[in-house]
Design a protein around this ligand. Structure first.
Ligand code: PA5
Length: 417
């Protein structure tokens, strides 16, 4: 297997003293031990996902949907949507079926969508680990009813795919009642760590993305995990020792913008568990944020460190022409557009260096299922190890659950308006 990603930490490590790095490495060994112990106890399951077998049923159902439907509605929120959404934004190139992610219970956007699609050719994948998330179920209730009134019971059995935890909950009950295809989310895999489970894999398959390549990329990182652990350790050190509580994911490819949203959720929901353990994630996109957030980054509060993601190769080549209109721009004549992107990226690195801002670089040979799988898994491992360094639980989300509880209580007590 070729390297799906390489990391350069030199502009980050040079900000730490040798003593600080030594202390961090010692702490990392303890964190790794605790992490591995929990895996062995079966409490953490995401690290098994790159090696999962028995994906033939998932592939079969997805194939049928892509052959028979022109629309797939993915209903889910948070960890039940962001991973697949990021993958599709990065890699989807087939035009059909059209895939929409329904996350927010917004009557205007939902109504607009329902006016646009043809329900006769639509499938749903409803995803909720708990099987009880209010937003997901509300949207599902509306669409399921409409679909039930539009297509035959036989078609319904093929077109409503349920992804949930294998325990008693509403989604399991409805799947049984209507004999719907059901794909389990392992009980020890939390929402935001579930992109390599059926949660992310099913929509990716429908979109024509190679999940075998994706999982292979994740396996590579699992087998060469030193850099992911190092990243998680330096992230913790940047916060605690360099006093940089904000971390910015800065891909120089707009197709990785939604990966930035996925990363922000993973980082925030996993690591913010106390006043001193909440590093704040931000995303920026190259080059557009050079004309926006970069001013804040360079001359605003010096409280951030950066991860630049760079692509070594683009699929397409577009050259600036050698035309008379370029008479004052001779340095641009005949040069490929990706050279502009590269120059801008180098300019950002140069500026970050000049302003003494720490950063690391992740280089991908190309943007593919293989490299994306590696990126997903790299950040999951790094987040987990950071969590163990902060000595918090990176796998729960009590404050999110609190919000869920209140919303239901307001509805039950009719206190909405
Ligand atoms: O990462 C998490 O655990 C959360 O963001 C959940 O994914 C989100 O709240 C949705 O929960 P569920 O999958 O139970 O509907």
């Amino acid at each position: 297997m070729n390297e799906p990603l390489t990391l350069d930490f030199s502009k980050l490590t040079d900000q730490f003293s040798t003593v600080q790095l030594h202390t961090l490495f010692k702490k990392r060994e303890v964190a790794k031990k605790n992490f591995k112990q929990k895996i062995e106890l079966g409490e953490i399951g995401f690290s098994k996902l790159p090696y999962q077998k028995n994906l033939s049923e998932l592939k079969k159902v997805a194939k049928k949907i892509s052959q028979t439907c022109d629309t797939l509605l993915v209903i889910g929120i948070g960890g039940s949507s962001l991973g697949a959404k990021a993958a599709l934004h990065a890699l989807k190139n087939s035009k059909t079926p059209k895939i929409y992610f329904l996350e927010n219970p917004n009557p205007d956007t939902l109504n607009h969508l329902l006016e646009t699609i043809d329900l006769k050719k639509t499938a749903i994948n409803v995803i909720s680990k708990s099987g009880s998330t209010l937003e997901t179920l509300s949207i599902f209730f509306i669409i399921f009813e409409k679909l039930k009134n539009t297509i035959s019971p036989k078609e319904l059995k093929e077109r409503v795919i349920v992804t949930t935890e294998p325990k008693e909950n509403f989604l399991n009950t409805i799947a049984k009642e209507y004999s719907l295809p059901l794909f389990p989310i392992p009980f020890n895999v939390g929402g935001r760590y579930s992109v390599l489970s059926p949660v992310g894999l099913f929509p990716m398959l429908v979109a024509g993305i190679s999940i075998d390549d994706l999982l292979e990329g994740a396996q590579w990182v699992d087998q060469h995990n030193h850099d992911a652990y190092f990243y998680g350790t330096l992230a913790y050190g940047a916060h605690r020792l360099l006093k940089k509580p904000l971390t910015v994911l800065f891909p120089y490819d707009e197709r990785l913008s939604t990966l930035g949203d996925w990363f922000c959720q993973l980082w925030a929901e996993s690591l913010a568990k106390s006043d001193s353990s909440g590093p704040t994630p931000l995303k920026a996109i190259g080059t557009q944020d050079q004309h926006s957030l970069l001013q804040l980054f360079l001359q605003g509060p010096q409280d951030k460190w950066y991860t630049l993601i760079t692509l070594e190769k683009h699929e397409h080549h577009l050259n600036i022409p050698n035309s008379p209109i370029l008479k004052n721009f001779s340095y641009l004549k005949n040069i490929p557009l990706e050279n502009i992107l590269k120059a801008e990226e180098k300019a950002t690195e140069k500026s970050l260096t000049e302003f003494e801002n720490p950063f690391c670089r992740i280089s991908l040979p190309e943007l593919s299922a293989y490299t994306l799988g590696a990126l997903f898994y790299h950040f999951e491992l790094a987040t987990a190890i950071s969590g163990f360094l902060y000595e918090i639980n990176p796998f729960d989300q009590p404050a999110v659950e609190n919000g869920k509880k209140w919303a239901i209580e307001f509805l039950q007590n009719k206190q909405v308006r």
